[in-house]
Ligand binder design. Structure first.
Ligand code: NI
Length: 431
């Protein structure tokens, strides 16, 4: 049995009691948390000891909505409205994606995520097989879905391919699991959504889609499909199976009430919503009504990084100004969104998202000694309001260190960066 003891540290458990333990130890056995307790009280025989002084340990961050390989288009098209950005810049380039590109872009994203303490992510993009291979090689936990665009003539074949993909990545204990990724209600008709919902139910798989990112999208669904977005979800059977819906900026208040009682989670993406001027999701209402609200970066082409601590800070800040209420989303709520709510959203509640015995050992260590982290009147406030990705020193997934002392261990990082840069440079000049 492999044992690691992280000793004499501050443990932010994110458990039900919201325990934050000073001078505590975390014992990891194989791939799970075996014990958490005061320093010196755990059975640490045979454990390799990691000195956690001047560090805090917290559950790994869960990026609940991203398109990892879009790192290739980071900084390629900025300061444009969403439709113009997508139709004139992003989609034309994505049409030139070749075999191997998605793997290279996802590995580049993996390096960035590991450096920022993200241990698990919900990825939706083209080439699900390459995405799953990259997550596997990087050592990260991931829910992987190919994109289904109902408007394409190939949709029947695409759906069959994704069913086969999810079937082959369907181990509930696996680190990488397949999910369905119908792009959105406006790009997938009722029939496609129904087919997806049926297969998701049959396989116990997550459905990951974009929902109500813009007012335009809401108005189009109502005008063209003559139904509300909630009706569309219900008719498709998507209220009966776990759904992870990115954005939810224009979710109506009465719909929030209904969805709060369903296996439905919103992935709030404040950075992307701000940059594309999409609007501000009613997250304080989600929290008040008990709708699971997780956090995502969205792709690096619309963010432009995958820094979940920055995303937590944005979530804690923008709703305060938007609601003229400094209590709208607290630092702790933002951190909860980035950890436990993410676990729930990815259908992994009870497995990841807190540092509690029996949970998978997905965690990060963060440096508390930097000037901007001093003093520590409130460690959670420091992490959400003061820290950034570069303060994360160590990242562990499934009991395995992916980064120790800022060194990525699970793959060759410099080769990954070189390959990602070369792939991106080629992608933008292809004709
Ligand atoms: Ni997205």
């Amino acid at each position: 049995m492999n044992k690691t003891l992280i000793s004499n540290t501050t443990v932010i458990t994110m458990n039900d009691a919201a325990d934050i333990l000073e001078a505590a130890d975390v014992l990891v056995e194989d791939n799970h948390i075996a014990a958490v307790g005061p320093t010196g009280t755990l059975n640490e025989r045979d454990a390799s000891v990691v000195d956690g002084r001047d560090r805090a340990v917290l559950p790994g961050l869960v990026n609940a909505h991203t398109h990892a390989a879009m790192t290739l288009l980071r900084g390629y098209a900025d300061d444009l409205p969403l439709t113009e950005w997508l139709e004139t810049k992003i989609w034309p380039r994505e049409a030139f994606l070749r075999e191997g590109d998605v793997y290279a872009g996802t590995m580049l994203a993996a390096a960035e995520m590991i450096r920022g303490g993200t241990t698990c992510y919900a990825d939706m993009y083209f080439s699900s097989a390459e995405m799953a291979a990259a997550a596997t090689d990087a050592g990260l936990r991931a829910s992987v879905s190919g994109v289904l665009l109902g408007i394409l003539p190939s949709i029947d074949e695409d759906l069959r391919r994704e069913i086969a993909f999810v079937e082959s990545w369907n181990d509930p204990d696996g680190r990488v699991t397949g999910a369905f990724g119908p792009h959105s209600l406006y790009t997938c008709g009722a029939e496609v959504l129904r087919g997806v919902a049926e297969e998701a139910k049959r396989l116990g798989a997550l459905v990951h889609l974009h929902l109500l990112e813009t007012a335009h999208e809401r108005d189009d669904i109502v005008a063209l499909q003559e139904r509300t977005p909630l009706h569309a979800l219900r008719e498709a059977g998507l209220l009966e199976t776990p759904v992870l819906a990115a954005h939810c900026v224009y979710l109506a208040e009465r719909d929030v009430d209904v969805l709060a009682g369903q296996p439905f989670a919103a992935a709030h993406c404040p950075g992307s919503n701000l940059k594309l001027a999409s609007g501000i999701a009613p997250v304080p209402d989600f929290l008040k009504k008990g709708l699971t609200a997780a956090l995502g970066t969205d792709g690096a082409a619309s963010n432009n990084n995958l820094d979940m601590l920055e995303e937590a800070r944005l979530a804690a800040l923008i709703h305060k100004a938007n609601r003229s209420d400094a209590t709208a989303v607290t630092a702790y709520q933002a951190l909860f969104m980035a950890t436990r709510a993410g676990a729930t959203a990815l259908n992994q509640a009870g497995t990841i998202g807190q540092l509690t015995p029996g949970y998978k050992a997905d965690l990060l260590l963060i440096n508390l000694t930097a000037p901007h982290m001093t003093p520590q009147h409130n460690v959670v406030a420091n992490i959400v309001y003061s820290a950034g990705a570069s303060d994360v020193t160590d990242t562990m997934v499934d009991g395995r260190w992916l980064m120790r002392d800022r060194e990525v261990l699970s793959f060759n990082e410099s080769e990954t960066i070189t390959k990602g840069a070369a792939t991106a440079a080629d992608l933008v000049i292809r004709t």
